[in-house]
Design a protein around this ligand. Structure first.
Ligand SMILES: [Zn+2]
Length: 354
């Protein structure tokens, strides 16, 4: 069975986030790390071990190199939590999807925050390579009634909301779907949504109006889709297997996980933490844009990106020379660490009763 729960993928879901393949793997690795950690809450461990099959690190590496997940995820491979982590993108891909409460907008709007659109009146509402389009942090509204959010997106609100719903579900002992109870109000669902959103948060394109880096190609309508280059082309495109690149991405991600202390500290507040990650990730957009410019090729008469060349582009990042693949690995390691942190925080808050 390819399509479940009446959810039909109508448009290219890959444009919405890290690829399905990556969301699945980032989640599974985070779960395995939480299960292996002696200071993970026993109830969280129980939840994870009963809802999420994990793989050994060696099998995860093979999965990254060989597996193809595509845009029609199959339930037999995606039990429990792994399925729910993908549902937000399946919903985002429904052309006539319902308005999601309490936001009153399509699910699609919940996966990003285009920071430039929240700039002060008179300031440019666009991305600039010198980052001058980035508004001062104090200008970001924490107010759902601000109309600009209907264009800019609701990601920090979505993280906060799914986190609250998760905490509530844990407290009320609604852990897994109960067929006797209508609706999908349970910890499995809300943990999946929360994980999805915090993982999208580390993709720099999810913080900008220029989410395909088209400004680096003079905004030409046929500019290559740099967004999908950052996400799935290198890891899940069956027309270009790139096994060595995938192996290196996996190994680099593991290397970054060992350097967890080097990542920026983020707020304990779910909304503020999401902005912390968005602002920190935004700084990498110029490198992504320049990498795309340098790897421009023609494919079937249309501009395209040489994926290998794209990821080999090198610059100084935070004083360290690194290529774009290493930077992507860093952002994926951050997604894993954030996944662990928000799950830990939810179970702790549920117990604290605050
Ligand atoms: Zn998404």
């Amino acid at each position: 069975m390819f399509v479940l729960l009446g959810v039909v993928l109508l448009v290219n879901g890959q444009a919405e986030a890290w690829s399905y393949k990556e969301h699945v793997q980032l989640t599974r690795i985070a779960v395995a790390r939480l299960l292996a950690s002696p200071d993970t809450d026993p109830d969280l461990k129980k939840f994870l071990s009963s809802t999420t099959p994990t793989l050994s690190l060696a099998d995860e590496r093979q999965f990254m190199i060989e597996a193809h997940v595509g845009i029609e995820p199959q339930r037999e491979d995606l039990l429990g939590l792994l399925w729910w982590v993908l549902v937000p993108d399946l919903e985002a891909g429904r052309r006539d999807g319902p308005a999601v409460e309490p936001f009153g907008v399509h699910e699609r709007l919940l996966h990003y925050i285009d920071l430039e659109l929240l700039n002060a009146p008179g300031k440019p509402l666009e991305y600039h390579d010198d980052l001058s389009g980035l508004p001062d942090r104090s200008l970001i509204p924490r107010d759902l009634s601000d109309d600009r959010l209907k264009r800019a997106g609701f990601l920090p609100f979505a993280v906060e909301h799914s986190s609250r719903q998760l905490i509530r579900s844990i407290r009320e002992h609604r852990i897994e779907p109960d067929l006797a109870v209508p609706g999908d109000e349970h910890a499995l669902r809300w943990a999946g949504y929360l994980i999805h959103y915090v993982q999208d948060n580390t993709q720099p394109h999810h913080a900008t109006i220029d989410y395909k880096s088209v400004s680096y190609f003079g905004h030409r309508p046929d500019a290559p889709n740099v967004h999908s280059e950052v996400e799935w082309r290198g890891v899940d495109d069956p027309t270009q297997p790139l096994p060595d690149l995938r192996a290196r991405l996996f190994d680099q991600t593991q290397a970054w996980l060992a350097l967890a202390d080097t990542f920026p500290r983020v707020s304990e507040d779910a909304f503020e933490a999401t902005l912390d990650v968005a602002y920190a990730s935004y700084r990498y957009l110029p490198m992504i844009g320049r990498a795309a410019q340098k790897s421009l090729i023609e494919e079937g008469g249309k501009p395209a990106i040489d994926t290998r060349k794209f990821f080999e582009h090198r610059e100084n990042v935070d004083g360290m020379p690194m290529d774009l693949l290493t930077l992507k690995a860093r952002q994926q390691a951050w997604a894993i660490l954030r996944t662990e942190a928000v799950l830990r925080a939810a179970w702790a808050a549920a117990k604290a009763g605050d």
